[in-house]
Design a binder for this molecule. Sequence first.
Ligand SMILES: Cc1cc2nc3c(=O)[nH]c(=O)nc-3n(C[C@H](O)[C@H](O)[C@H](O)COP(=O)(O)O)c2cc1C
Length: 211
Amino acid sequence: MDISITDQLLSTTRAVRRRLDLERPVEREVVLECLRLAVQAPTAGNQQSWRWLVLDEPDVRAKVADLYTRRTLPVIERRYPRLNNPQTKRVYDSARYLATVLPRVPVLIVPCVAGRPEGPPVTHPAAFYGSIFPAIWNLQLALRSRGLGSVLTTPFETEVERQYADILQLPRTMTPIALIPVAYTIGDQFKPAERPPIETITRWNHWSDAD
Ligand SMILES: Cc1cc2nc3c(=O)[nH]c(=O)nc-3n(C[C@H](O)[C@H](O)[C@H](O)COP(=O)(O)O)c2cc1C
């Protein structure tokens, strides 16, 4: 295995919003190729509960984007004045941009879980949600490796889940987890993010024994 390539992929797969190419179409075949890699991810008890709804028709994207924007922009505007951290401010600026261009993003992917978090059968939340997020991340890595960018967004709050479900004709037995805008990226150079030194957030054997 070529560690330098995998390390570069793992350390430079960023949340891409501003650098999504809104003009270049995304082929269905490349989406399927990446989803094939996504479902190599683990699931609790091998339940393989992932399902994928891919939106590439302008009408559906426009309806979903309209709901997303109406919900998201007021939240951003409300929280923005209280933000102090410049990195978080940049994320909010970029999220505001995304909300305004969302209908023009060529593909939106909605990863779903077949089932409901409340059951039946009753599953531990870690097992329910933990069976989709590894696949989502595999998908984002596969997209990045092929020159596409994506960003994980989580708009399906309880109050609006049904409104999205009606647009998407999702059965009540299906839980939408995320909305992932996908497009080719403008340029392909992305940097590793600033993160705390790993030693400061890692302890060995017992939490209280750290020196
Ligand atoms: C569970 C989860 C939910 C997220 N929800 C949103 C979201 O609703 N909107 C958004 O623009 N980004 C969302 N993000 C992306 C984060 O904002 C992003 O990962 C973070 O700013 C760090 O940027 P980076 O991924 O480029 O390091 C989410 C990420 C995760 C893991």
